[in-house]
Write a protein that binds this ligand. Structure first.
Ligand code: TYD
Length: 207
């Protein structure tokens, strides 16, 4: 039995990840694949602490928050119904956000090298086979956030999003071809974006 494929979606808040994930996962299932669809932060108790920090209910230092995301990610990999289990069973995993978000979000406040070393150097944290970065301009993301929510999380303002978008690109450049990152222009129509994503998925599926 071959190992499952591990695919991650990244993008700013309001970049349309949710829609594209649903479309890819339903296409994969139509092709007869079994898919474990998941997201970070997880529903673990650490995930709960993270959500309280994101909502602004509890104030956390950027290093503290980086460490919480790290602990949550390790749990996400090693727990008996986690990422590693499914990949080992030959099941594909599609995850909404992963360590690239830590590099961009926490890495713009805490030391980015430290955040990267902790994640990339941890043997329990599985490296994705493919990461889609859905790139949309800040104004469109901001409009989508406003439409969808009553309140905003700590990073959901234009200033932070501008800083984080730049950080994502710095990080991708730094990672170079150590990671398989595909930057997708997600400002186009939903079906057009979905078709490009599917084409790239088809390529890696065969490998
Ligand atoms: P959430 O509302 O759960 O989902 P999304 O915006 O992806 O639909 O928000 C998750 C937030 O957590 C988002 O603002 C990005 C942030 N985040 C980090 O700051 N670091 C991380 O490592 C991860 C995984 C997420």
């Amino acid at each position: 039995m071959s190992r499952g494929r591990f695919i991650v979606f990244e993008g700013l808040d309001g970049s349309g990840k949710g829609t594209q994930i649903e479309l890819l996962v339903s296409e994969m299932k139509k092709q007869g694949r079994t898919v474990f669809q998941t997201a970070e932060p997880t529903a673990s108790s650490t995930g709960g602490m993270i959500r309280d920090a994101l909502s602004g209910l509890v104030k956390r230092d950027a290093y503290e928050l980086s460490a919480l995301f790290l602990a949550d990610r390790i749990f996400h990999n090693v727990n008996p119904s986690g990422i590693r289990h499914y990949l080992d069973e030959g099941i594909d995993v599609v995850c909404d956000r992963y360590y690239y978000s830590s590099f961009a979000y926490q890495g713009s406040e805490a030391d980015p090298d430290w955040v990267m070393d902790m994640n990339l150097g941890c043997r329990e944290i599985t490296r994705p086979d493919l990461c889609f970065f859905l790139d949309v301009d800040i104004d469109s993301c901001d409009e989508r956030i406003s439409r969808g929510r009553l309140s905003r999380e700590i990073y959901e303002n234009k200033e932070a999003q501008t800083r984080i978008r730049k950080k994502f690109f710095d990080v991708f450049e730094k990672l170079g071809d150590r990671e398989n990152i595909r930057i997708i222009n997600a400002a186009r129509d939903i079906p057009e974006v979905a078709a490009e994503i599917l084409k790239i998925y088809e390529e890696i599926k065969e490998k």
